[in-house]
Design a protein around this ligand. Sequence first.
Ligand code: COI
Length: 365
Amino acid sequence: MTGNPSLRFAEHRNPNPTPPEARQAILADPGFGRYFTDHMVSATWTRDEGWHDAKLEPYGPLTLDPAAAVLHYGQEIFEGLKAYRHADGSVWGFRTEANGERFMHSARRLALPAFPVEDFLASIDLLVRTDLAWVPSGEETSLYLRPFMFASEPFLGVRPAAEIRYLLIACPVGSYFAGGVKPVSIWLSTAYTRAARGGTGAAKCGGNYAASLAAQLEASAHGCQQVCFLDAVDRHWVEELGGMNLYFVRRDGRLVTPELTGTILEGVTRSSVLELAKELGFDVEERRVGIDEWRDGVGSGEIAEVFACGTAAVITPVGCLRWDGGELAMGDGGAGEVTMRLRQALVDIQYGRAADAHGWMRRLA
Ligand code: COI
Protein backbone atom coordinates (compact mmCIF):
# COMPACT_ATOMS: atom_id res chain seq x y z
CA MET A 1 0.00 0.00 0.00
CA THR A 2 1.10 3.53 -0.59
CA GLY A 3 0.64 6.51 1.68
CA ASN A 4 -0.03 10.16 1.00
CA PRO A 5 2.14 12.07 -1.45
CA SER A 6 4.78 14.14 0.26
CA LEU A 7 5.27 16.61 -2.61
CA ARG A 8 2.99 19.52 -3.43
CA PHE A 9 2.99 20.27 -7.15
CA ALA A 10 2.70 23.94 -8.14
CA GLU A 11 0.58 24.31 -11.28
CA HIS A 12 1.63 26.50 -14.20
CA ARG A 13 -0.72 26.05 -17.13
CA ASN A 14 0.46 26.26 -20.73
CA PRO A 15 -0.63 29.66 -22.07
CA ASN A 16 -0.42 28.33 -25.66
CA PRO A 17 -1.90 24.82 -25.71
CA THR A 18 -2.22 22.92 -28.98
CA PRO A 19 -5.40 24.07 -30.78
CA PRO A 20 -8.20 21.46 -30.54
CA GLU A 21 -8.23 20.79 -34.31
CA ALA A 22 -4.48 20.11 -34.38
CA ARG A 23 -4.82 17.87 -31.31
CA GLN A 24 -7.67 15.94 -32.90
CA ALA A 25 -5.59 15.37 -36.04
CA ILE A 26 -2.78 13.91 -33.88
CA LEU A 27 -5.18 11.73 -31.88
CA ALA A 28 -6.60 10.30 -35.11
CA ASP A 29 -3.19 8.88 -36.04
CA PRO A 30 -0.79 9.19 -33.12
CA GLY A 31 1.83 6.59 -34.08
CA PHE A 32 4.21 5.92 -31.19
CA GLY A 33 6.25 8.49 -29.28
CA ARG A 34 6.04 11.27 -31.82
CA TYR A 35 3.66 13.85 -30.32
CA PHE A 36 3.61 15.12 -26.76
CA THR A 37 0.91 16.70 -24.66
CA ASP A 38 0.78 20.35 -23.52
CA HIS A 39 2.23 19.81 -20.05
CA MET A 40 4.87 17.92 -18.09
CA VAL A 41 5.61 17.41 -14.43
CA SER A 42 9.03 18.00 -12.93
CA ALA A 43 10.80 17.93 -9.57
CA THR A 44 14.36 18.45 -8.41
CA TRP A 45 16.36 16.57 -5.80
CA THR A 46 19.48 17.83 -4.12
CA ARG A 47 21.54 16.18 -1.42
CA ASP A 48 20.79 19.01 0.97
CA GLU A 49 17.09 19.59 0.28
CA GLY A 50 15.78 16.22 -0.94
CA TRP A 51 12.89 16.43 -3.44
CA HIS A 52 11.55 19.95 -3.95
CA ASP A 53 10.35 22.41 -6.60
CA ALA A 54 7.70 19.96 -7.82
CA LYS A 55 5.52 21.44 -10.53
CA LEU A 56 3.26 21.02 -13.48
CA GLU A 57 4.49 23.23 -16.31
CA PRO A 58 4.15 23.68 -20.09
CA TYR A 59 5.84 20.90 -22.07
CA GLY A 60 9.06 22.19 -23.55
CA PRO A 61 12.84 21.88 -23.90
CA LEU A 62 15.01 21.62 -20.80
CA THR A 63 17.96 23.80 -19.98
CA LEU A 64 20.84 21.52 -19.10
CA ASP A 65 24.42 22.34 -18.26
CA PRO A 66 26.74 20.65 -20.82
CA ALA A 67 28.58 19.12 -17.87
CA ALA A 68 25.37 17.48 -16.51
CA ALA A 69 26.50 14.04 -15.36
CA VAL A 70 23.77 12.20 -17.30
CA LEU A 71 25.28 13.37 -20.59
CA HIS A 72 28.60 11.77 -19.70
CA TYR A 73 27.95 8.80 -17.45
CA GLY A 74 24.33 7.93 -18.21
CA GLN A 75 22.95 8.02 -14.65
CA GLU A 76 19.32 7.74 -15.75
CA ILE A 77 16.21 5.56 -15.33
CA PHE A 78 12.73 5.59 -16.84
CA GLU A 79 9.34 3.90 -16.82
CA GLY A 80 6.63 3.28 -19.38
CA LEU A 81 2.93 2.93 -18.57
CA LYS A 82 -0.38 3.75 -20.19
CA ALA A 83 -3.68 5.48 -19.42
CA TYR A 84 -6.71 3.99 -21.18
CA ARG A 85 -9.98 5.67 -22.06
CA HIS A 86 -13.01 3.50 -21.38
CA ALA A 87 -16.25 3.57 -23.36
CA ASP A 88 -17.93 5.83 -20.74
CA GLY A 89 -15.16 8.44 -21.16
CA SER A 90 -13.39 7.68 -17.86
CA VAL A 91 -9.61 7.24 -17.88
CA TRP A 92 -7.75 4.47 -16.07
CA GLY A 93 -4.19 3.44 -15.35
CA PHE A 94 -3.05 -0.20 -15.41
CA ARG A 95 -0.95 -1.43 -12.45
CA THR A 96 0.51 2.03 -11.97
CA GLU A 97 1.83 1.08 -8.53
CA ALA A 98 3.89 -1.74 -10.02
CA ASN A 99 5.62 0.77 -12.29
CA GLY A 100 6.19 3.07 -9.32
CA GLU A 101 7.79 0.23 -7.37
CA ARG A 102 9.99 -0.76 -10.30
CA PHE A 103 11.07 2.90 -10.61
CA MET A 104 12.23 2.71 -6.98
CA HIS A 105 14.10 -0.51 -7.69
CA SER A 106 15.80 0.96 -10.79
CA ALA A 107 16.72 4.08 -8.80
CA ARG A 108 18.53 1.96 -6.21
CA ARG A 109 20.57 0.18 -8.87
CA LEU A 110 21.59 3.43 -10.58
CA ALA A 111 22.43 5.12 -7.25
CA LEU A 112 19.61 7.64 -7.78
CA PRO A 113 17.45 8.95 -4.93
CA ALA A 114 14.21 7.15 -4.10
CA PHE A 115 11.15 8.83 -5.64
CA PRO A 116 8.29 7.68 -3.37
CA VAL A 117 5.59 5.64 -5.13
CA GLU A 118 2.88 7.96 -3.81
CA ASP A 119 4.58 10.97 -5.44
CA PHE A 120 5.05 8.99 -8.65
CA LEU A 121 1.30 8.25 -8.65
CA ALA A 122 0.39 11.84 -7.76
CA SER A 123 2.45 13.14 -10.69
CA ILE A 124 0.63 10.77 -13.04
CA ASP A 125 -2.80 11.75 -11.71
CA LEU A 126 -1.94 15.43 -12.13
CA LEU A 127 -0.63 15.17 -15.70
CA VAL A 128 -3.45 12.91 -16.90
CA ARG A 129 -6.11 15.13 -15.35
CA THR A 130 -4.52 18.24 -16.85
CA ASP A 131 -4.04 16.79 -20.33
CA LEU A 132 -7.20 14.68 -20.27
CA ALA A 133 -8.21 15.82 -23.75
CA TRP A 134 -5.05 14.11 -25.03
CA VAL A 135 -6.18 10.63 -24.00
CA PRO A 136 -7.30 9.11 -27.30
CA SER A 137 -10.41 6.98 -27.68
CA GLY A 138 -9.64 5.12 -30.92
CA GLU A 139 -9.25 1.37 -30.90
CA GLU A 140 -6.08 0.23 -29.11
CA THR A 141 -4.94 3.79 -28.52
CA SER A 142 -3.85 5.13 -25.15
CA LEU A 143 -1.84 7.86 -23.46
CA TYR A 144 1.70 6.60 -22.95
CA LEU A 145 3.29 8.00 -19.79
CA ARG A 146 7.04 8.29 -19.54
CA PRO A 147 8.40 9.11 -16.07
CA PHE A 148 12.19 9.47 -15.93
CA MET A 149 14.95 10.65 -13.62
CA PHE A 150 18.48 11.77 -14.43
CA ALA A 151 21.65 13.27 -13.01
CA SER A 152 21.58 17.00 -13.76
CA GLU A 153 24.50 18.04 -11.57
CA PRO A 154 27.25 19.71 -13.61
CA PHE A 155 30.24 17.68 -12.43
CA LEU A 156 32.63 15.40 -14.29
CA GLY A 157 33.83 13.30 -11.37
CA VAL A 158 32.42 9.79 -11.45
CA ARG A 159 30.11 9.51 -8.41
CA PRO A 160 26.36 9.59 -7.78
CA ALA A 161 25.21 13.09 -8.70
CA ALA A 162 24.13 15.50 -5.98
CA GLU A 163 21.42 17.06 -8.16
CA ILE A 164 18.74 15.02 -9.91
CA ARG A 165 15.68 15.87 -12.00
CA TYR A 166 12.45 13.88 -12.17
CA LEU A 167 10.23 14.43 -15.19
CA LEU A 168 6.97 13.00 -16.46
CA ILE A 169 5.90 13.50 -20.07
CA ALA A 170 3.03 11.92 -22.01
CA CYS A 171 2.19 11.12 -25.60
CA PRO A 172 -0.91 9.70 -27.26
CA VAL A 173 -0.02 6.39 -28.92
CA GLY A 174 -1.37 3.72 -31.19
CA SER A 175 0.50 0.56 -32.02
CA TYR A 176 4.23 0.39 -31.15
CA PHE A 177 5.01 -1.43 -34.39
CA ALA A 178 4.02 0.30 -37.61
CA GLY A 179 1.45 -1.98 -39.23
CA GLY A 180 -0.46 -2.85 -36.03
CA VAL A 181 -0.71 -6.31 -34.47
CA LYS A 182 1.23 -8.25 -37.06
CA PRO A 183 3.82 -10.93 -36.30
CA VAL A 184 7.31 -9.49 -35.88
CA SER A 185 10.56 -10.99 -37.08
CA ILE A 186 13.37 -11.52 -34.57
CA TRP A 187 17.11 -11.47 -35.14
CA LEU A 188 19.09 -13.71 -32.78
CA SER A 189 22.14 -11.77 -31.70
CA THR A 190 25.25 -13.85 -31.14
CA ALA A 191 27.71 -10.96 -31.38
CA TYR A 192 26.19 -8.95 -28.53
CA THR A 193 24.68 -9.58 -25.11
CA ARG A 194 22.34 -7.27 -23.21
CA ALA A 195 23.22 -7.83 -19.57
CA ALA A 196 25.35 -9.90 -17.22
CA ARG A 197 24.77 -10.99 -13.62
CA GLY A 198 25.41 -8.10 -11.29
CA GLY A 199 24.86 -5.61 -14.11
CA THR A 200 21.88 -3.38 -14.81
CA GLY A 201 19.72 -5.81 -16.81
CA ALA A 202 16.89 -5.83 -14.26
CA ALA A 203 16.80 -2.02 -14.01
CA LYS A 204 14.98 0.14 -16.53
CA CYS A 205 17.83 2.44 -17.41
CA GLY A 206 18.63 4.16 -20.69
CA GLY A 207 22.03 2.47 -20.86
CA ASN A 208 20.45 -0.96 -21.41
CA TYR A 209 18.58 0.39 -24.41
CA ALA A 210 21.61 2.24 -25.78
CA ALA A 211 23.59 -0.99 -25.53
CA SER A 212 20.94 -2.82 -27.55
CA LEU A 213 21.08 -0.47 -30.53
CA ALA A 214 24.09 -1.93 -32.35
CA ALA A 215 22.36 -5.32 -32.21
CA GLN A 216 19.14 -3.66 -33.34
CA LEU A 217 20.99 -2.25 -36.36
CA GLU A 218 22.26 -5.75 -37.11
CA ALA A 219 18.65 -6.97 -36.88
CA SER A 220 17.46 -4.32 -39.34
CA ALA A 221 20.28 -5.20 -41.73
CA HIS A 222 18.90 -8.75 -41.71
CA GLY A 223 15.35 -7.57 -42.31
CA CYS A 224 14.21 -8.10 -38.69
CA GLN A 225 12.22 -5.74 -36.46
CA GLN A 226 13.54 -6.87 -33.09
CA VAL A 227 16.59 -8.50 -31.60
CA CYS A 228 16.73 -11.39 -29.13
CA PHE A 229 19.58 -11.58 -26.63
CA LEU A 230 21.08 -14.71 -25.09
CA ASP A 231 22.70 -14.82 -21.65
CA ALA A 232 26.21 -13.42 -21.32
CA VAL A 233 27.85 -16.50 -19.72
CA ASP A 234 26.83 -19.56 -21.74
CA ARG A 235 25.51 -17.62 -24.70
CA HIS A 236 22.73 -20.16 -24.74
CA TRP A 237 19.80 -19.10 -22.54
CA VAL A 238 17.12 -16.92 -24.05
CA GLU A 239 16.83 -13.64 -22.14
CA GLU A 240 14.61 -11.00 -23.73
CA LEU A 241 14.22 -8.72 -26.71
CA GLY A 242 15.62 -5.19 -26.70
CA GLY A 243 12.56 -3.87 -24.85
CA MET A 244 10.13 -6.78 -24.41
CA ASN A 245 9.86 -10.13 -22.64
CA LEU A 246 9.26 -13.43 -24.46
CA TYR A 247 6.74 -16.25 -24.01
CA PHE A 248 6.67 -19.71 -25.61
CA VAL A 249 3.36 -21.56 -26.04
CA ARG A 250 3.81 -25.31 -26.06
CA ARG A 251 1.47 -27.63 -27.93
CA ASP A 252 0.63 -29.42 -24.66
CA GLY A 253 -0.82 -26.18 -23.25
CA ARG A 254 2.18 -25.14 -21.15
CA LEU A 255 3.35 -21.56 -21.34
CA VAL A 256 7.02 -20.93 -20.68
CA THR A 257 8.82 -17.64 -20.08
CA PRO A 258 12.48 -17.10 -19.16
CA GLU A 259 12.86 -16.88 -15.38
CA LEU A 260 14.06 -13.69 -13.74
CA THR A 261 17.74 -14.19 -13.12
CA GLY A 262 18.64 -10.59 -12.40
CA THR A 263 19.59 -9.93 -16.01
CA ILE A 264 16.03 -9.68 -17.36
CA LEU A 265 13.64 -6.79 -16.85
CA GLU A 266 10.64 -7.79 -14.73
CA GLY A 267 7.95 -6.66 -17.13
CA VAL A 268 4.58 -5.59 -15.74
CA THR A 269 2.92 -7.11 -18.82
CA ARG A 270 5.04 -10.27 -18.34
CA SER A 271 3.73 -10.75 -14.79
CA SER A 272 0.15 -9.92 -15.84
CA VAL A 273 0.32 -12.58 -18.57
CA LEU A 274 1.53 -15.10 -15.98
CA GLU A 275 -1.63 -14.53 -13.95
CA LEU A 276 -4.05 -14.34 -16.87
CA ALA A 277 -2.67 -17.50 -18.45
CA LYS A 278 -3.15 -19.46 -15.22
CA GLU A 279 -6.75 -18.26 -15.04
CA LEU A 280 -7.32 -19.34 -18.64
CA GLY A 281 -6.22 -22.85 -17.65
CA PHE A 282 -2.61 -22.91 -18.87
CA ASP A 283 0.25 -24.34 -16.87
CA VAL A 284 2.83 -21.60 -16.64
CA GLU A 285 6.54 -22.16 -16.14
CA GLU A 286 9.21 -19.61 -15.36
CA ARG A 287 12.49 -21.30 -16.13
CA ARG A 288 15.54 -21.10 -18.31
CA VAL A 289 14.85 -21.67 -22.01
CA GLY A 290 17.78 -22.66 -24.19
CA ILE A 291 18.06 -21.48 -27.78
CA ASP A 292 18.09 -25.17 -28.83
CA GLU A 293 14.79 -25.73 -27.06
CA TRP A 294 13.32 -22.82 -29.03
CA ARG A 295 14.66 -23.94 -32.39
CA ASP A 296 14.08 -27.67 -31.92
CA GLY A 297 10.67 -27.08 -30.33
CA VAL A 298 9.43 -25.01 -33.24
CA GLY A 299 10.96 -27.51 -35.68
CA SER A 300 9.16 -30.46 -34.08
CA GLY A 301 5.94 -28.58 -33.45
CA GLU A 302 6.32 -28.82 -29.64
CA ILE A 303 6.39 -25.03 -29.53
CA ALA A 304 3.30 -23.86 -31.32
CA GLU A 305 3.52 -20.09 -30.77
CA VAL A 306 5.92 -17.45 -29.52
CA PHE A 307 5.03 -13.93 -28.46
CA ALA A 308 6.67 -10.80 -27.13
CA CYS A 309 5.12 -8.62 -24.45
CA GLY A 310 5.65 -5.20 -22.92
CA THR A 311 3.69 -2.06 -22.11
CA ALA A 312 4.40 -0.48 -25.47
CA ALA A 313 4.08 -3.67 -27.54
CA VAL A 314 1.21 -5.15 -25.43
CA ILE A 315 1.32 -8.75 -26.73
CA THR A 316 2.85 -9.10 -30.17
CA PRO A 317 3.13 -12.41 -32.03
CA VAL A 318 6.59 -13.50 -33.18
CA GLY A 319 6.46 -14.65 -36.80
CA CYS A 320 9.99 -15.80 -37.42
CA LEU A 321 13.44 -16.19 -35.88
CA ARG A 322 16.47 -15.51 -38.02
CA TRP A 323 20.14 -16.04 -37.20
CA ASP A 324 23.47 -16.13 -38.90
CA GLY A 325 22.91 -19.08 -41.25
CA GLY A 326 19.27 -19.90 -40.74
CA GLU A 327 15.65 -18.97 -40.33
CA LEU A 328 12.60 -20.57 -38.79
CA ALA A 329 8.92 -19.62 -39.00
CA MET A 330 6.86 -19.93 -35.80
CA GLY A 331 4.02 -22.26 -36.82
CA ASP A 332 2.57 -20.84 -40.02
CA GLY A 333 4.21 -17.48 -39.28
CA GLY A 334 0.87 -15.89 -38.42
CA ALA A 335 -0.63 -14.71 -35.12
CA GLY A 336 -1.23 -17.76 -32.89
CA GLU A 337 -4.59 -18.53 -31.32
CA VAL A 338 -3.33 -18.63 -27.71
CA THR A 339 -1.33 -15.44 -28.23
CA MET A 340 -4.41 -13.61 -29.46
CA ARG A 341 -6.63 -15.02 -26.69
CA LEU A 342 -4.23 -13.78 -24.02
CA ARG A 343 -3.93 -10.45 -25.81
CA GLN A 344 -7.71 -10.07 -25.90
CA ALA A 345 -8.02 -10.98 -22.20
CA LEU A 346 -5.44 -8.34 -21.30
CA VAL A 347 -6.74 -5.48 -23.44
CA ASP A 348 -10.34 -6.22 -22.40
CA ILE A 349 -9.32 -5.52 -18.79
CA GLN A 350 -7.28 -2.45 -19.75
CA TYR A 351 -10.12 -0.93 -21.78
CA GLY A 352 -12.78 -1.79 -19.19
CA ARG A 353 -14.58 -4.39 -21.31
CA ALA A 354 -13.91 -7.20 -18.81
CA ALA A 355 -14.15 -7.27 -15.03
CA ASP A 356 -10.97 -6.25 -13.23
CA ALA A 357 -10.80 -9.19 -10.83
CA HIS A 358 -7.23 -8.35 -9.78
CA GLY A 359 -7.72 -4.69 -8.87
CA TRP A 360 -5.19 -3.77 -11.56
CA MET A 361 -7.04 -0.68 -12.81
CA ARG A 362 -6.91 2.69 -11.03
CA ARG A 363 -9.21 5.49 -12.06
CA LEU A 364 -7.23 8.60 -13.03
CA ALA A 365 -10.04 10.81 -14.29
C1 COI B 1 7.63 -0.12 -22.73
O1 COI B 1 7.19 -1.19 -23.15
O2 COI B 1 6.92 0.72 -22.21
C2 COI B 1 9.04 0.21 -22.82
O3 COI B 1 9.51 0.96 -22.05
C3 COI B 1 9.83 -0.38 -23.91
C4 COI B 1 10.26 0.59 -24.95
C5 COI B 1 10.91 -0.22 -26.03
C6 COI B 1 9.20 1.44 -25.54
